[in-house]
Each structure stands twice: as C-alpha cells, then as structure tokens.
Write a protein that binds this ligand. Sequence first.
Ligand code: BMA
Length: 309
Amino acid sequence: MANETVFKRYKGNPIITAKAVPRANSIHNSAIVPFGKGYAGVFRVDEIDLEFRMHVGFSKDGITWDIDPDILAIECDNPEILMDPNAGTYDPRLTQIGDTFYFTWCVNSKHGPYIGMATTEDFKKFKQLENPLFPPNRNCVLFPRKINGKFAMYHRPSDRGHTPFGDMYYSESPDLTYWGCHRFVFGPTKSGWQSTKVGPGPAPIEIKEGWLLIYHGVWTSCNGYLYYAGGAILDKEKPWKVLYRTKDYLLAPTEIYERVGDVPNVVFPSSAIVNDDTVRIYYGCADTCISIAEGKLADVISFIKKHSF
Ligand code: BMA
C-alpha cells in the first residue's frame, strides 16, 4: 500500500484500547513522551458517560501501558481559571523543555473550546498556568525550545462545533502568560485529503533543515470527515514559513481499527518520539483506540520533500 512506504504500522496495533481503564468507552488522541527510563502520557479517556477526561499513564517500553483509573489531578494558584477535570477535556499534547513537561489540552466551555496549559515534572503533580489563548481554539502544541528567546506554539483557531474549517497559527510568548505575534502558518488546500482543515499534531521535531511537523488534515466526503496524517518542514527561525508540505498523505485510515469506531476513518497523530534514526508516531484510531507506526526519520524527511507542493 502506498501509505505504508514511510510509516510501518506495528503488528500488535492497536496498542491501547478502552480495556485499559475501567470506566473507559474509548481511549484515543493522546500525548506521550519519553520519561525517566520509560515513557509517560496523558490520555484522552472518553468515559461511559461520554464525557472526555484526562488520565495519566506510564510504560516501560512505550507499548504496554499502565493507565491510572482516576482522573488527572491539577492545581492552580488562581481558582478562577482552575480546570474542571469533569468539564470535557481533550486534545492533549506534551512537550519537554529542560526538566519540565508542558501539557496543553482543550477544555470545553460555554464560550467554546479553549486551550489549557500546565506543567509537570513527575506526572503526579500538574500545575495549571494562565489560559494562553481565548476561545474557540483547539490542538495547541508547544515547541521543544524557545525560538528567538520566546516560547512558541502552534494552534488551530476553531468554532464551537465540529469546525468545518481550520488554519494553523504560530504564536510566541516571553513568559508563557502573554501570547502574541500571531502568524498564519498554513491552511487547507483547494482539494484533496487536507481540503477541509489542518491542525498541528505532535510537538515539532528539530531537524537540520528546520522543524519537522506531523499534522492532521481533514477531507469532507458525502459521509462526513476523514482524518489523515501529513508532514511539513518549517523554517527554523520563522516557523510560520513553510519550506515543504506534503501533497500526498503520510498515513491514511485503511485498517479496520482506523475505519471503524466512534468516529470512523480517523488517523490522528498526537505524539512522536525519535529514537536514533527512527520516528515513532502514536495516533488515535477512529476515536476509539491508539496505535503506533514507525519510519526512518530520513525517509520521512525525504518523502515530505519529494511529495511537496
Ligand atoms: C480532535 C478532537 C476530537 C475529534 C478528533 C478526530 O481534534 O476534536 O473530538 O473527534 O479530532 O479524531
């Protein structure tokens, strides 16, 4: 299959299903990072009341996971902005800068979805920071280092519903509280798999040429949305400038566990881990479970360059 040429799916997919948490209806679109001698993650668990909640998990090998049956606990100096862990929380992303892990996610509110941000060093204590952006917004991820002395993020302004549009934006901050210098990065194409909306996936990966970004692109068929994974390389100092962006997808929903689920036909890349020359992506499948796929970093980069617009 054409879309198997760069990322090869793990034979034991899906690696995480609802069986991992007693109250889970589904577990998908989650954030995973290397941590200590293994891995840690913040998982989106849609529970049996169909509310979306965050749960922490740990793994020795990144494949077999122990996910906390209880909801992630968070603290905040300002009770006014403290996240309600029961209020509908989803789209988690994790980025490591130094010894700190930055957790960004999306919170449902009566004003529309908005981005929450917190830090943790041990995945036991999470400290919530100021709300970085106003609603509605989804899919926010931090860069793994400051750029030109500022913290930097990609995000995707949205609407209060299922957002039949979507451009990616870059924003920066000197202090993680005040975000500005907003720049358009890229939007949907006129036709094809990314013609409805696009959004950032895992934290950008620094490579020689710039920043490698795995993102999701959405196509609207007569039957609804289909989610694909694409790749882009962006300028190192000005990461809103696109150097390459795939015309062809990197991964498409083709397997039964990607085709069938609560939201059919979804591959949703949300974490990427580079080990030596290999990049492993964790992706949500049909809003039901989590799978992994691996490719050689050099192959991913050359695919993006070769299949670029
Ligand atoms: C994410 C979330 C989900 C949605 C999904 C597709 O951004 O908003 O609720 O179903 O995309 O996996």
